[in-house]
Ligand binder design. Sequence first.
Ligand code: AMP
Ligand code: MG
Length: 412
Amino acid sequence: MISVHDALSLILDTVTPLAGERIGLLDAVGRVLFEDIRSEREVPPFANSAMDGYAVREEDLHGITADAPATLAVLEVIQAGAVPHHTVTSGAASKIMTGAVMPPGADTVIRVEDTEEHAGRVWIKRRERVGTHVRANGEDIRRGQTVLEKGRVLRPADIGLLASVGRGFVLVRQRPRVAILSTGNELVEIDEPLHPGQIVNSNAYMLAAAVQELGGQPVPLPIARDTLEEIRAALNEAVRHDVVLSTGGVSVGDFDFVKEAMDELGIRRLFWQVAQKPGKPLTFGLLRERPYFGLPGNPVSALVCFYLYVQPALARMMGHEKPFPPVVSAVVGDDISKAKGLTEFVRCRLASVHGHYEVHSTGSQSSGVLSSLSLGEGLIIGAPELALLPKGMEVKVLVLNGDHFARNEAPF
Ligand code: AMP
Ligand code: MG
């Protein structure tokens, strides 16, 4: 049995980032950039007006007031998307719309609200400093500038920047294809009738959702029955994917064949059993550099192991520089007993009270009770040497409903 720290380190030491792929911008949100993006353009590509108003020469407005406005001849109306036909000379102005090209000769825009136009002439009632309401070309992005760096997790504003510099395709890290193999004679698919002794294969749905939420590609495989032959055949199929998750069959029951099947297939087992609760029977191995996680069958154990170990591994494969979820300090609201000798991840509710977090257990910590994981926002990291987390104690809590890629430092 190894410690949670050693288990996580072993996993992270062995997984490596996937290669890159070129994808269209519409698919790129949330993906990790695998190239530096340098702009070959200026944004905006031309000086333009920030307001609907009149493009003028600032020197024509010297000395004016609301009562003694300047009177200028209107040369043309410049619409967004059009090219101006006239140079603005002294004593003249062009009406201009937001986003339209500044005409040559003009250096300032006066808002339409500060003017009055009659019969081809405009009265300018307000003076502005030179350059007011004009957006210079290259004001947002200069040519040759690095707009976004490799490793960036693309957000909507980044997608907008990429579009504005004309990058319809970008190189990002691949999304891992994650095979999900459920083992167990008792399992049936969701649309099948339940006979005595049977339960729905809920783990496959839950883990597929967890993979999807992180940006991976879940590939659920058919249920494997608890025979060595069937599990071996299913695993053999599964290891063609970038990552394999199996659930069940890793304990010490008479029909737990996963470890034996791993050995027969040459999946190098790096550990079996971690000093933790839930999820003690977790096993991890490698086949041709592909990570294989043998998760316990209990739904809570499977999902907690996913959060603790699979999530950072997938994050690293996708190129995330911060592969860990957030950790916050919180004060225990009511005594919580825990398993001495094991790191216990206690399902908890996190509440913000007067600027600090208070934490309460969500109730039954049995690894069959998935509702107590669904109820809470986090997992208290309960140190192995403790048998009790007393009211008032400060603890660290892994936050499960926040940003998945928040920390570069391991939580334990
Ligand atoms: P095992 O690890 O195979 O001994 O399974 C532990 C417990 O988890 C048993 O009660 C199983 O019925 C349950 N279990 C195993 N696989 C699944 C699954 N895919 N979906 C829901 N429960 C499961
Ligand atoms: Mg089983």
